[in-house]
Design a protein around this ligand. Structure first.
Ligand SMILES: [Zn+2]
Length: 482
């Protein structure tokens, strides 16, 4: 099957919105492309709780990278079919049970902008066009060279010139200013207009990479003064490895990027064994003006904005793989992006929300944000939770007694969890947690989940007579991060 045309992608968006009106909304973007094409995103969601988080997937920023818009349309279609038909999504060796897809649709707003750059794709696919065109189709005044590299046009160190060009004819032409292009302004509009978006993946080709910030220089987590907003370092960025300048990131965000990136990588590997590499984007080459750095930097520039964990996924091993290979890459993209949805959900909340009070839920959220997410060991627990999410959700769905004993345990642990500083864990509570884990592990002895449960039961032994925070610190001393 050939790649979808620009018109077919727009048609698919409208078709999905028409075929699944309860799940899918077409989101018209405010600006047409340079050549006047309308651009639409999709929102897939059931329900409208104001606390829901959102995720944004972008495709087709670079015109010649043809497979990714098709992958995003396929992902949207599979989510809708699974939700409506209560069927699993099977992706080679990786399966997402219907219960997992239902959880995603019921608790997350999934935004998909499958084709950011329709003019570029149209040119690539036209018989008289150029198949390796990368940029949009802006007419550059005074030059016969068209186009701006949209993934160098976002407002992150745009003036620095790192990994960009001011030459109209370059494939890396960054444009006359940040957000000079309607196509990038549409992406900004998505982030502004849907402030519940907490994660963004811009899907590109190629190289089998999962790239996270920073892209301009090496990352460090100790010196906040070295940051992209500090003009004292202008001209010194963009030379990784020199130790002169390294971009600051708080350690818990660095850990989150790595953990969620690893979960995404493992999900992709489950399809057919291709192991993508998770790394800071600068290791590929230094850049400025990219979507992932911009989306993550927004909350640093303006503390009123939400933190968005932005990634670039580089799929496959060529720009335009043949059909059979493209189909496999599409499965890999679906697997990785579904896993990323799970990374953005609070699974515990999702399983227990209808059984807990608002006060209990608020306590859990504070425990998550203030204790678990700030501890290296806590981050590893969260990563395991995400990794095993499909199996755990299926387990709870199939065994109501297990789910209710989990909810009772959460309720009993409430005072200890919501106040990580104060109350210590009693022997009785630790014993109840151990009983629950034993039940959860039944019949899973040899699986990866079984191993995780055994580790958790061993870890539990340090908690009695300590606060949760002290217990996590003790574990960190015993088993420092590799
Ligand atoms: Zn690209």
């Amino acid at each position: 099957m050939p790649y979808l045309s620009t018109a077919a992608i727009q048609g698919a968006v409208q078709h999905l919105a028409g075929a699944y009106p309860a799940l899918v909304q077409s989101v018209p973007l405010p600006e047409p492309s340079v050549e006047g094409r309308a651009i639409h995103a999709l929102k897939i969601a059931n329900g409208s709780d104001p606390d829901r988080r959102g995720v944004l997937f972008l495709g087709g920023v670079h015109a010649r990278e043809l497979v990714n818009p098709d992958a995003l349309i396929t992902l949207a279609t599979r989510i809708c079919q699974s939700y409506n038909g209560n069927s699993d999504i099977v992706l080679g060796g990786k399966t997402y049970p219907a219960s997992t897809v239902k959880l995603i649709v019921d608790s997350l707003d999934v935004f998909i902008l499958p084709l950011v750059n329709p003019d570029g794709r149209t040119h690539v696919q036209a018989p008289s066009g150029y198949p390796w065109w990368r940029k949009n189709r802006r007419v550059n005044a005074g030059s016969s060279c068209l186009g701006v590299d949209l993934n160098r046009n976002f407002d992150f160190l745009h003036a620095s010139g790192i990994g960009t060009s001011a030459d109209f004819c370059s494939d890396l032409f960054k444009g006359p200013g940040a957000f000079s292009e309607p196509e990038t302004r549409n992406v900004r509009w998505m982030l502004d207009n849907f402030p519940n978006i907490r994660g963004m993946i811009d899907v590109h080709s190629y190289s089998e990479l999962v790239l996270h910030p920073w892209g301009d220089d090496d990352t460090q987590t100790t010196d906040p003064v070295q940051n992209f907003q500090n003009p004292a370092f202008d001209g010194l960025r963009g030379n990784p490895g020199d130790g002169v300048y390294r971009e600051f990131m708080v350690p818990e965000d660095r850990d989150w990027f790595v953990n969620a990136g690893n979960a995404l990588r493992d999900a992709i590997a489950g399809v057919r064994g291709h192991s993508y590499t998770v790394e800071p984007a600068v290791l590929l080459y230094p850049t400025s003006g990219t979507s992932k750095d911009y989306s993550y930097a927004r909350h640093i520039v303006d503390t009123g904005k939400a933190k968005v964990f932005g990634y670039t996924l580089e799929t496959g091993q060529e720009f335009q793989p043949p059909d059979a290979e493209a189909a496999q890459i599409i499965d890999e993209v679906c697997a990785g992006l579904l896993q990323f949805c799970l990374s953005l959900l609070c699974l515990v909340e999702s399983v227990a929300a209808d059984a807990l009070t608002d006060v209990e839920l608020d306590g859990l959220r504070r425990f998550h944000d203030d204790v678990l997410a700030r501890s290296p060991v806590g981050q590893r627990y969260l990563a395991q939770l995400v990794r095993h999410a499909p199996e755990l959700l299926d387990g709870f769905a199939a065994d109501e007694a297990l789910r209710s004993s989990f909810v009772e345990l959460l309720r009993a642990a409430g005072p200890v969890l919501s106040d990580g500083e104060g109350e210590t864990v009693s022997k009785d509570l630790a014993g109840r947690a151990d009983e629950f884990l034993k039940d959860l592990g039944k019949g899973r002895g040899r699986s990866a989940l079984g191993r995780t449960i055994r580790q958790l039961r061993a870890d539990l032994k340090v908690f009695p007579e300590r606060t949760v925070r002290q217990g996590l610190e003790e574990l960190e001393r015993e088993r420092p991060a590799p």
